[in-house]
Design a protein around this ligand. Structure first.
Ligand code: HSE
Length: 408
């Protein structure tokens, strides 16, 4: 018998409880042992819910019970999740989590503690919700050097951008809808300002390049400045706008950022809509491979968590080898990140459109203009590939309405 304790009975925790109960015989057969939820920890009570039979309010009941083999942490946030997971590992229990904040901050350390205690620390659901991406990255793509990762890693913002593009929908209404569906973070600022995607690309970059990437070092921009007018321009050129987490290695330097990007239809991420996430990995031997699925929501995320539980049971007695050293990787600066830019500018006081266009030609050099009948009062264009600092220098003196990087 394998006893599981779930820390947190929120969106994901209730999904984990449901999946282990409803698919029990299937899960137990795959794990090779009977899997049962012995405890669920939450501060709240849930009168009338089946969880009542196993609900506890004191974490020490779980930590002190030698019969608990696997602890599932789905509370979110760094504390007390970190303290609880660390303690569980030190007590010889494997731990599985969906908590990207915890993994981004303490992943390398918790992997080491798991190794010292001959147990496992798994975190498949921390990136891409239900999409298998962590295990493929560390167990399947073992041959390739990763040249680039590009991913739509936040379901809430992809949902919002899709509704803005397809329905011209109002930002706040769509956000509320995403919250009601259980996609959004407790504080949705984490979604719309890109902080959630930042933790996720930090985890993937640490795993792909084997050293600790601190999420604080990753340049992060959210979607709050994107407008439906930007999408009108995109329709004109057959492109879209997606919030991407991206990392790439160029001449031995690792760059990582979260920002909205213009994507053309030849990018496989172009068609990823609504709450779906997708992560495109480019290996030096394999070329491109894409992982696609539901990146948020109770059951998709819980499905990935329970797959970790099954893996932890199958690997009892030894620790899976994961290359993620706690040695910090220094990232290349956003100033040196090279990409084309989509830019909208408007005339300064007393300037006419023809003079503005002359200035754009003189300062930005080769650009591709995009004109919209509905926007005669401004000029929009796509620059050549330029670095962040070249863009900043060129944009000085312009009244910029909008600027979005363009995926190459
Ligand atoms: N708020 C996150 C999202 C949940 O929208 O993708 C999954 O991490």
């Amino acid at each position: 018998m394998i006893n599981v304790a779930i820390l947190g009975y929120g969106t994901v925790g209730s999904g984990v409880f449901k999946i282990i109960n409803e698919n029990n015989s299937h899960i137990s057969r795959r794990a090779g042992d009977d899997v049962k939820v012995k405890y669920v920890l939450d501060l709240r009570d849930f009168p009338g819910d089946p969880v009542e039979d196993v609900l506890v309010h004191d974490v020490d009941i779980i930590m002190n019970d030698d019969e608990v083999d696997v602890v599932v942490e789905v509370m979110g946030g760094v504390e007390p999740a970190y303290t609880f997971v660390k303690k569980a590992l030190e007590r010889g229990k494997s731990a599985c989590t969906s908590n990207k904040e915890l993994v981004a901050k303490h992943g390398a350390e918790l992997l080491e503690i798991a190794r010292e205690n001959n147990v496992n620390f798994f975190f498949e659901a921390s990136v891409g919700g239900g999409i298998p991406i962590i295990r493929p990255l560390i167990e399947c793509l073992t041959v390739d050097h990763v040249e680039q990762i590009q991913g739509i890693m936040n379901g809430t913002t992809n949902y919002i951008l899709t509704k803005m593009e397809d329905e011209g929908a109002d930002f706040d209404t769509v956000l509320k809808d995403a919250q009601d569906k259980g996609y959004a973070e407790r504080n949705p600022e984490a979604d719309i300002e890109g902080y959630d995607a930042c933790r996720k690309i930090a985890i993937l970059t640490s795993l792909a390049y084997e050293k600790q990437v601190d999420f604080e070092d990753i340049y992060t921009e959210g979607i709050t400045k994107i407008t439906t007018a930007d999408f009108d321009y995109m329709k004109k050129i057959g492109a879209t706008i997606k919030l991407l987490g991206t990392s790439r290695k160029v001449d031995g330097v690792t760059y990582s950022m979260v920002a909205p990007f213009v994507l053309y239809s030849d990018n496989p991420l172009y068609n990823v809509k609504d709450v779906f996430n997708a992560i495109l990995v480019k290996g030096d031997m394999l070329g491109e491979v894409m992982f696609y699925g539901k990146g948020a929501g109770s059951l998709p995320t819980a499905s990935a968590v329970v797959s970790d539980v099954v893996d932890a049971v199958k690997r009892q007695g030894y620790t899976a080898r994961v290359f993620w050293s706690d040695v910090k990787r220094t990232l290349g600066g956003v100033d040196a990140f090279k990409t084309p830019y989509f830019v909208r500018v408007k005339p300064q006081a007393g300037e006419d459109i023809a003079s503005l266009k002359n200035r754009v030609d003189n300062v930005f050099g080769k650009v591709e203009y995009i004109s919209l009948d509905s926007k005669p009062e401004e000029i929009a264009f796509i620059t050549d590939v330029i670095s962040g600092s070249e863009y900043d220098k060129a944009a000085e003196g312009f009244d910029v309405v909008s600027r979005i990087r363009v995926s190459k």
